[in-house]
Design a protein around this ligand. Structure first.
Ligand code: FEO
Length: 169
């Protein structure tokens, strides 16, 4: 495997685990505010990010590459409001999209078609991640400032259940 492609894929293992950490922190924030539905939504989001990390981990191993696990950064943002958290979530997903695109570009440059095919799932997934993050912001704008509506929105987010990723390696 090309060195740059390897390094970016290996780094992505860490980035995805960081995403899981970040969303656990978001879940923690909402739990502390009594919004258990929002907390549930981000707890499941954290599980999905762990799955993403493991997909990169597994892909590298399948390609006979050893994985180098690095320290996971501390999520250290202080939030003023729930809306702040949701906006940070969208910004984070946009950042992750840029990382996936960078790996895709590096793989494309060296004609690493297998890595490009592996990444196709993540390209689509990032579209969904950004759509979901945008959707949460829109709902919060519409319903977040009235306690009764916020309660119902929280109930809706509390109904989210975890499902394993559709990509199997
Ligand atoms: Fe791993 Fe939220 O994308």
């Amino acid at each position: 495997m090309d060195k740059k492609v390897y390094e970016l894929l290996n780094q992505q293992v860490n980035k995805e685990f960081y995403s899981a950490y970040l969303y656990l922190d978001f879940s923690n924030y909402f739990k502390s505010k009594g919004l258990d539905g929002f907390a549930n939504w981000y707890l499941i989001q954290a599980q999905e990010e762990r799955d993403h990390a493991m997909l990169f981990y597994q892909y590298l191993q399948n390609e006979n590459q050893s994985v180098s696990l690095e320290a996971i950064a501390k999520p250290d943002k202080v939030f003023e409001s729930g809306m702040d958290v949701l906006k940070a979530g969208l910004a984070h997903e946009e950042y992750v999209t840029s990382l996936i695109n960078d790996i895709y570009s590096a793989a494309s440059e060296v004609k690493d078609y297998r890595t490009m095919q592996f990444l196709d799932w993540f390209v689509k997934e990032q579209g969904e991640e950004e759509m979901n993050a945008n959707g949460l912001i829109s709902k919060m704008e519409l319903f977040g400032f009235d306690p009764r509506s916020l309660y119902m929105l929280d109930q809706e987010l509390g109904a989210r259940v975890y499902s394993a990723p559709s990509l199997v390696l």
